[in-house]
Design a binder for this molecule. Sequence first.
Ligand code: FAD
Length: 578
Amino acid sequence: MTEKIKSGISMVKVLEDWGVDHVYGIPGGSFNSIMDALHSEQDKIKFIQVRHEEVGALAAVGDAKISGQIGVAIGTAGPGATHLLQGLYDAKMDHVPMLALVGQVGAQAMNTDGFQEMDEVPMFGDVAVYNRTVMTPESLPHVVDQAIKHAYEQKGPAVVVIPVSMGWVDIDDTFKSTAANYTVNYPAPKDDDLHKVLDMIKAAKRPLIYIGQGAKRASTEVQEFAQMYSLPITSTAPAKGIVPDSNIAYLASAGRVATKPAVEALPQTDLIFFVGSDFPFAQYFFNPAAKFIQIDIDSSKFGKRHHTDLAIMADAKKSLQRLIELGEQQPESAWYKANIENNKNWKAWVKKMGESTITPLRVEPIFKEINRIAKDDAIFTVDVGNVTIDGLRFLDMNPKQSFTTSGWFATMGYAMPAAIGGQLSYPDRQVFSISGDGGFAMVAQDIITQVKYNLPITNVILSNESFGFIKAEQDDTKQSHYGVDIAGADWGAVGTALGAKGFTVHNVDELHEAFKFAKDTKIPIVIDVKIADERPLPVEQLQLDPDNFSAEEIKAFNEIYDSADLVPFSKYLKDFNA
Ligand code: FAD
């Protein structure tokens, strides 16, 4: 006789087969049959109780971004479901696998306008890569198995709506998940195409490589090929960490969340080798006339951001590995040397700013402290706003470490939930959540979650009492400041009140004290650093070059941004005759 199993438990076993070991959320009446099943399997899958479903959803996304494994969040019918939306959009826009299991009233009550009942499928229709309501207890494990496959395959959020009555029924224990059969096949490039790549790069005078997250597995190859062909390396902001910041050929990213050397190189280049990226601002920062070689596993990306001269549908790592085999070492070019000098000048400026002791504090000394205590495999989750700029510029990373932000959806309040996900997946790694006071305030209550599960996260808050990123946009569009000043709070004291160890830092001595504790913390800590409300150096609007700006303009710019030591790139191009 066929063994019986509760439908909910059969579904939870599917999650186990796919390697899920924790799910985030808040229970509710319409989800109780699945909570019952999770309870039965609690030795295999841990239920992480958060204090807001949005935090649960963002923790699941952050977890997926850091680990590469699907993140799972749950919500009940009605508000539990709607609160998940931020995380689902984040997963969709940043292309990560995520599963949302959503409660629904029992089948017998559906479509009666019952308590908390809403038609969830249309609501999730815009965001989900897979979006189904379970119709029978027998199909529950099957639908969840399909959902996970779609989430991996289409790199986005899958939603399964489960009427509560579907989870409590005894069904035949015959369902086998397809987890063991699932494989990822990265397409390989053709040698003919790669020979064209090499010829085009050799023919260019000022080529560079621009990498995105698609090059995540290719850190060594990117660096080796770049060195072989004298290619300065630029990247998107979320691709930070793929190439170590110690590699002086790595100029980092262009845009606003950017560095000076990358912003200056991209309009000057005559060939962009664009690997595994969908950079949204290319039209503003890339030389529109540059030749463009694009490698991506998704052909819909070709020519999307810049006209493409050569498009290769292939895996970044495989392509670069083969290019290294087919290529040959080239002499170091004048263009390469000019970029290296420009980057050295930038790094010297960053280092000098890190020595600042002025009060209110600048952000550079704070990142100096983070870098000082960060372990070799630390995880950095970085929020949205000016802090995204700071994290990109000032974290000194290596490829064993992890960097994550809400790249495309730009969800304020992302960093702290993502840190929870990162710490749960990697209990032995050190985790920093770095936010502004605007983003942190949106999710601050979930410090309680860090305390409840004893997650020793170092939460750093850069408090300027302002939505500084938007304030700068109001300046750029010649608006008056409106709606961008925010009330401050003592976030260190809030952290303490929520059960963490809180620090409120006003000066360098207090900063050192807090980070001395953070270095070996075994408990969650909240370090609220009161900083000056100053705009980060606008590298996208530099006024440093005497060929383009008057002496008065340059002086005024340097006075605001303390940038007199920064040398315009044009000087290095002239020095090296590049
Ligand atoms: P994705 O958009 O995820 O693209 C990755 C690409 O790689 C896709 O096309 C995918 O198909 C491809 N791919 C995946 N796997 C492979 C593989 N194995 N081989 C080959 N290809 C593969 N970013 C900046 O750079 N500059 C800015 O100024 C900037 N400003 C921002 C401001 C804020 C406030 C925030 C929050 C973010 C900002 N960002 C900025 C981030 C930006 O919005 C995008 O998220 C980012 O540029 C996209 O990065 P990406 O192209 O690496 O990732």
